[in-house]
Every structure is written in structure tokens, then in C-alpha cells.
Design a protein around this ligand. Sequence first.
Ligand code: NZQ
Ligand code: ZN
Length: 384
Amino acid sequence: MDSFVYQYPVKQYFGKGCAEEAIKKELKTIGRNVLLAYGGGSLKRTGLYEKLRTWLEEAGKQVTDFGGIMPNPTYNKVQEGAALVRKHKIDFILAAGGGSVLDCCKIVSAQAKLEEDIWDMQYAKHLYAKEFVPMGAVVTASGTGAEQNNGAVITHEEKKLKQALFGAYYSFAVLDSDLTKTLPMKQVISGAFDTLSHCMETYMGRPQETNLSDEINEAIMRNVIKNLRSLIKNPDDDFARGELMWASAIAENGMLKLGKQTDFQCHMIEHAVGAYTDCNHGQGLAVIHPALYRHLLDSGKEKLARMAETVWRVKGTTPEETAMRGIETLEAFIREIGLPTHWSEMGSTDETVLRAAASTSIIMPGCCRQFSRDEIFEILKERV
Ligand code: NZQ
Ligand code: ZN
């Protein structure tokens, strides 16, 4: 196992029905001016907005709304949030939503304290923000694990790039599975598949030898597959819903990444497609993963074979055949849970978009083979 330093700043409140007590407790410790951040409408429809506002006002807070954060949040939305933080002298950001709301706020929190443009600062000068407005996360859609890390995926519409920016960690995360009960099943599934993808992308990194993090990862992957099947069968299965929420958190809290370099090539390709199509993240990953892994049957064979045996419980007569059977089982699972396997199922088959995405995707050093841009285009085209 490679050497590492591990320090973790996010306090976790986990449990069905834990939100009210957790949030009221945390509100006692924060400043007066609070930015309440949320998405396009679900928070008001579910009644959680009213509750949060009441709890904030009862705690004596001056609340400023920052609503309308869209799925795949844009850089312009980040700037809007940062301007609100400055204007209203915000002391604390309370973000309630899925990965999009949580990501947007991480960068709002950094941009509000900066004179310069955070995108240019990171990508042109390779400098990272050091000061942040403190934040808390109330998770209403699990899967991305965005509440656990300081990376955010932001779409820069003018530049046609969907890429990572680094901001603040949340000081606390509320993981109350009851808050996800209003999430449409389609989104539950794409979120859980995102968790599975995070696990696979971590597992498939370098070196390929299996360390303790990978063995824990195998258990998480089996858990996600099992509990997603249970939840699809019975959306009232609170146990499965809670397990998926915690699996999502563990996949992104750094634990599985210890002692190795992660891969995340599939994510980088999906993000590049997303910059052009605004597609659903989990669905895009489902389309790309099996095709990508078929292209790794040479250099990633041993690890793919181990994943086939320990996670999917399938075996062939050679490592290559075992790896292949694992990929087939992954693809069958994607179909079973109703996710797409081709771009046409997502309404986008434009090859010029796929070529543009292949030309702008980040090439990951942690992937067991470095793809050329032509091969990334091949992978994307195979799934038209
Ligand atoms: O906008 P509203 O009206 O709130 O509706 C949202 C949105 O339409 C809805 N929703 C959320 N909670 C709900 C709910 N609807 C009913 N009841 C609830 N309780 O769900 C829709 C999708 O929300 P979104 O936040 O976009 O989904 P998700 O959590 O999948 O986040 C996707 C974003 O996270 C990024 C993705 O790239 C994408 O931009 N990711 C962030 C990561 C990170 N920071 O670590 C890692 C991931 O790999 C991922 O890239
Ligand atoms: Zn993801």
C-alpha cells in the first residue's frame, strides 16, 4: 500500500429522521447571516424549505435565499451565489439538495472570498483557494457523495467544459434517508449507479494489486448492488435507502482511495460529454462504463477479473474470460435497473458532440492505460 496522510473534516449526522435535531444543534454554532441554497423547486414541493426556514428563523438567523441551482451547476450560477454572499455579508451557507446544489456552494464559498476568477486561478495559475465561507450540507439526493469532499464539478458554458474546481469542505453533513424519499426512482437509480461507478473507478486505479482499501471497496460495491435491487423492488425499504446513502458517503470520503491512485477516466469522459449535452451524470456513466472496460481488457485484465469474481460472482476459465464475464454482468445489471446503455436512449447521438467531448476530456494518469483521443472517440461511438 502506498503511504498516505489522512485527515477528515466533515462531521456526519446519519440516520432516518435525524435532520431536525442535527440541524437545530448546528445552527447554535454558526453566524447570524445565512445563505439558504437549494435547487429548482423540489425543496419547496417537499416542504423541507419551510422547515429549514422556520428552524433558521427560530434560531435568530437572517436568511438570504439562493435558489434555482440547476442540475450540472454552471459557473455563472457560482458567480451569482458569490455575489449574494458578498452583498449580504453571509457568515454561513446552508446547502440543501443533491450533488449539484452541494457542488455549487463549495465554489461559491471559495469565490466569495477571492478577488480573482477561481476558474482562471485554478486552471491558468494552478493555485487553489485557501479561505472559505463555512458551510453545512443537508443531503436530499444521495449518490454523488458531494457532501464528503471539497471537489465540485462545474459546467463552464462559454468554455464548453465541465470540470472539477476545488473549494471548501462542509463542516457537517446531514444524511437523513427520509429526505430522499421524494426523489423520483429514476434519480435514485442513477445516483446509486454513480456510487457504484465511484467504487469501480477507485478500485481500477494504480497500482493494480489489491490493498485493504480495495477489499473494503469490494464490500461497498456488493452492498450497493444488493440494496439498489431491494429499493427498486420496495421503495419503502428504509434500511436499503439508508445503506445506499452511507455507501455513497464512504465512496467519496477518501477511505477507499487511501494508499493508491484512483482512475476516474470514465468520469472525465462523462463530464466532457455533459459539457455539451447537459446529460444526467449517472446515466452517462452507465453508457460509457462497459465500453470503456472492454478497452481495458489488456492492461486492466487482472483487476477486472478480480472484480468479476468478488463483486459479480462470475468466473471464466482464464483471467481474460473472467474479466469479460464481469463486464457482461455489469452491463446486464445496468439494463436490469433501467439505465441506458446507448446515447440514443438519452436522446443524443450527434457524433460531432462525441468527437468534441473526446477532444476535451481529461486523460487520467491513474487509469491502467492512457487512452488516445481517437480511442476515447471510438469508445463513445461504440455506444451511439
Ligand atoms: O433542482 P431540484 O428541483 O431540487 O430537483 C433535483 C434535480 O432535478 C432533484 N432532487 C434532489 N433532491 C430531491 C429531488 N427531487 C425530489 N426530492 C428530493 N429530495 O434531483 C434532480 C437531480 O439533482 P442533482 O443534484 O443534479 O443530482 P445528483 O445528486 O446526481 O448530482 C449531480 C451533479 O453532481 C456532480 C455531477 O457531475 C453532477 O453535476 N458530481 C459531483 C461529485 C462530487 N462533488 O464529488 C462526484 C460525482 O462524480 C459527480 O460528478
Ligand atoms: Zn460520479
